[in-house]
Write a protein that binds this ligand. Structure first.
Ligand SMILES: [Zn+2]
Length: 144
């Protein structure tokens, strides 16, 4: 048998810009308890075997400076990934100082991103939504 081919799932910003390609569909990703964001590992290409998880943010711009978010039990530094087209934040990375193993460093931790809930649209859903709009338009004409 040849190696199994991974399905790539793609997601769009609500403005329809493609912003994410991943082999793990969003509903299968773990979520963060504090804000229900999806935890997306971003493995570097060199460490990726053909059968493991792969994901990549596309057409996004990461903030150069972190935004400090106040939480109930302290604060955290987030670097927002913004859609390159409409500048909506679709995901964020945390500062290295937020992680136990890179506590003494600073800067965006690039091997994991958190996807903001409600910020992304499944390509399939987007297609369906377009069909739906067309249907509604047709019905609208008939209804008059
Ligand atoms: Zn957008």
């Amino acid at each position: 048998m040849s190696s199994p081919e991974k399905t790539i799932h793609t997601y769009h910003c609500i403005c329809t810009q493609l912003v994410l390609a991943t082999t793990t569909p969003l509903p299968s990703l773990k979520t963060r308890t504090s804000d229900s964001s999806h935890i997306l590992p971003l493995p570097s290409l060199s460490s990726t075997s053909p059968t493991s998880h792969y994901a990549s943010l596309a057409n996004t711009i990461i903030d150069a400076k972190p935004t400090v978010i106040r939480l109930e039990d302290g604060f955290e530094k987030r670097y927002f990934h913004k859609c390159g087209r409409c500048e909506l934040s679709v995901a964020y990375s945390l500062d290295k100082s937020q992680f136990d193993d890179t506590k003494s460093s600073s800067g965006a931790r690039e091997d994991v991103a958190f996807l903001i809930p409600g910020g992304l649209v499944d390509t399939e859903d987007m297609k369906r939504g377009k069909d739906m709009d067309a249907e509604i338009a047709k019905v609208g004409v008939k209804a008059t």
